[in-house]
Design a protein around this ligand. Sequence first.
Ligand code: SF4
Ligand code: SF4
Length: 168
Amino acid sequence: MTRRASIMKGEVDHRFSSEVAKQPIEIRLDMCLQCGVCAGSCPIAFAMDYTPREIMELVKLGLRDRALMCKAIWLCSGCYACSDRCPENVNPAEIINSIRSIAYKSKIDVPKMFIKIAENLLSYGWIYEVDEFTNEERSDLGLPKLKPPNLEALRKMLEEHLFKEGQR
Ligand code: SF4
Ligand code: SF4
């Protein structure tokens, strides 16, 4: 149970689960059984302030601020073990991604690493700069040269899915 005893009056936002569900990837939060398979599968759960199961519970209970402020959403590595093993196809990994987006739009402090990754994506189309040195190293390993991505399409997608609502 997610520390229900300490839930404060006025803390519940009944629209939060709908807000989280507004994303292009399918999620099935209503089907969450609170079985804990996601938490048991997560390689980082030991370091999280809320396990994946508890994060699902926060969303179901409408505890918006706690979900947006928890450190676990930024610790998640996006390995998708939780989504792969969830018996109800709830897709907790994408729910965590959605909470991250809402946190960003809500002007919650985002770890600098994520800001840097977003800046690099907008500038280069990759999460880090791919220069000639990188391609030479790839060539030495027998790998093909990386071609520049379609920056315009990428920026359009980021604007549609990340920056459209609640500009920071
Ligand atoms: S998200 Fe899936 S694995 Fe996690 S508690 Fe809910 S039903 Fe179980
Ligand atoms: S996607 Fe995130 S929450 Fe899910 S198992 Fe991987 S690290 Fe844990």
